[in-house]
Write a protein that binds this ligand. Structure first.
Ligand code: MG
Length: 162
């Protein structure tokens, strides 16, 4: 039984950092010496958010909806994919409640870009800014994010039955 029509989901994603790629996080093109490698624009934050929404709705994950074997998603704008996930939520009778996400990255310093990330995600999901939170942390130089091999993101989402 659901708690007052509310459901929760979690998303996690990782992408490798590579030279010659753009660094796109939450739809923001961040000037940096390397970017995230992937079939789409490799927006690790938006991917984690989509997986949290799909998870909350019991609809699998983005790999199921937007397979990386499908040429249609080569270089895809992840905000457009988030718009499609949001539309799917609506079709299934859910609305987005709130989302909280954390980016794990050693560098660059992301704080200056977070307001724009929030704005992008909130606009695409059709919710107020106060329902979207984005945080960034380093992992103190430890592991693959600490060495700069890659970035990761976690997200949780609450959705409500309309
Ligand atoms: Mg991904």
């Amino acid at each position: 039984m659901e708690v007052q029509g509310m459901r929760i989901g979690h998303g996690y994603d990782v992408h490798r950092l590579a030279e010659g790629r753009k660094l796109i996080l939450g739809g923001v093109d961040i000037p940096w010496e390397r970017g995230l490698l992937g079939h789409s624009d490799a927006d690790v934050l938006t991917h984690a958010v989509m997986d949290a929404l799909l998870g909350a709705a019991g609809l699998g994950d983005i790999g199921k909806h937007f397979p990386d074997t499908d040429a249609a998603y080569a270089g895809a704008d992840s905000l457009e994919l988030l718009a499609r996930v949001t539309a799917l939520m609506g079709e299934k009778g859910f609305s987005v409640g709130n989302v909280d996400a954390t980016i794990l990255a050693q560098r660059p310093r992301l704080a200056p870009y977070i307001p724009q990330m929030r704005d992008n995600l909130a606009r695409v999901m059709g919710v107020g800014l106060e329902y979207v939170n984005v945080k960034a942390t380093t992992e103190e130089g430890l592991g693959f994010t600490g060495s700069g091999e890659g970035m990761a993101a976690h997200a949780v989402a609450l959705i409500e039955r309309q």
